[in-house]
Design a protein. Structure first.
Length: 157
């Protein structure tokens, strides 16, 4: 047990702790993204046969847009938690998944649109996904670069 305590002491600076709050920029990002996720969920889940008219590209068969809608519903849940959470450690892992999802969807969507059509709404959708994956990556970077703060138990010599 003493060895474990020695490791903890070695790995952490005495009297310093990470600021575990969620930054206002991160909350702003969540608030901006939620309406787009809600719109995508409604379109894909309620009208899966009309993706050629209502979404960035045509998605067949019918079950595929509904599965994608489930992923967007998960995003709504996650970003709502980001808005309501008080501590960064409760939501930080989810940003890695969001960044990966948005990046892969933007890449695959770009390939589909380039191969099938040159739809202006489709190009805007891909741009939004690439922008949102960049924003979520920036939120992670900004959030983890929060400086260490002095705890009340530390003494200044």
């Amino acid at each position: 047990m003493k060895e474990i305590n020695n490791r903890r002491t070695f790995l952490s600076s005495p009297g310093l702790a990470h600021d575990d709050r969620i930054l206002p920029e991160t909350r702003w990002l969540a608030a901006v993204i939620i309406p787009f996720l809600v719109a995508a969920f409604i379109i894909l889940y309620l009208w899966p046969n009309d993706t050629d008219k209502l979404f960035a590209w045509t998605i067949k068969p019918t079950m595929t847009p509904m599965m994608l809608a489930a992923a967007y519903l998960g995003g709504i849940y996650f970003f709502t938690r980001v808005l309501l959470a008080k501590q960064w450690h409760l939501v930080k892992v989810g940003f890695l998944a969001v960044t990966a999802f948005a990046s892969l969807l933007g890449t695959s969507g770009g390939c589909i649109i380039t191969a099938t059509s040159h739809s202006i709404p489709g190009q805007h959708s891909i741009s939004r996904r690439r922008f949102s994956s960049s924003l979520s990556g920036c939120a992670i970077e900004r959030q983890i670069s929060v400086p260490l703060i002095r705890t009340s138990s530390s003494s200044v010599r």
